[in-house]
Design a protein around this ligand. Sequence first.
Ligand SMILES: Cc1ncc(C[n+]2csc(CCOP(=O)(O)OP(=O)(O)O)c2C)c(N)n1
Length: 275
Amino acid sequence: MPKNVSVEELKAKAKELRLKIIETAKYAGSGHVGGSLSCADILAALYFKYLNVDPENPDMPERDKFILSKGHVALAYVPCLALRGFVPMKSLETFNYYESAYGMHPDSNKIRGCDASTGSLGHGLSMGVGMALGHRYQNIDAKVVVLMGDGEQNEGSIWEAAMASSHFKLHNVIAIVDRNKFCIDGCTEDIMAIEPLDKKYEAFGFKVIKCNGNDMAEVVKALDEAWVEKEKPVCIIAETEKGFGVKKFQGDVKWHYGAMDMDLFLEAKADIEAM
Ligand SMILES: Cc1ncc(C[n+]2csc(CCOP(=O)(O)OP(=O)(O)O)c2C)c(N)n1
């Protein structure tokens, strides 16, 4: 059952998360800031309202599972786990350092509360199908939420997993696509077009919900609807903006991955604080 947390409280969490994202990128020297900022609202909503997870008991079998299929945004995920109490806040200072547990891609053997090691794109939904089937066989009523990128939709394995999700009627699987319109080196529609994405997921047997993924009220409405689905797997297409919250990053493909000097860091921080 989702917790009783208001949209305003979630907005404040998303803002806190965005600040942690850019601080962590500054500690690391660089990072995937664009795709981290685009999905900050989704992560904040999931971890502070929807997911049944417990930082005191991170391995409880009946927990909801979360898979960061777009694993390059550990820069958003690890700070989110820190804010939720799974990992020490201080550890963000070691992000992507040699021998740190917190690399540029998440390692479930090293990070408390992390259910899947990711980074090689295209595998999260397949892992999610396996986890959801595992829940079924063990009579565990838990959700499996998979956050994917839109460029990531070019990976064929996603579509095999989509077929399996509907074949097995995995209504506890919630796939979320961070539709920020950019991949690593350009617009998704120029590199390898994915539209009409909603029709594709519908054809693969999903219930499709569209929302503005940078508007917390819309994110909550979409997740509320997804959480009560009892027939089909769900795909939420969250329309977002890459770099959302920092004016210099928004709409600039260069900020898929980058390093900020101190002036830009302070500018980014001021932009987020003014949100
Ligand atoms: C299998 C695989 N191929 C290539 C990469 C390199 N890579 C890292 S991020 C990225 C772009 C991903 O774009 P998208 O899914 O749209 O992510 P977002 O824009 O949300 O950051 C690529 C190609 C990878 N991590 N895995």
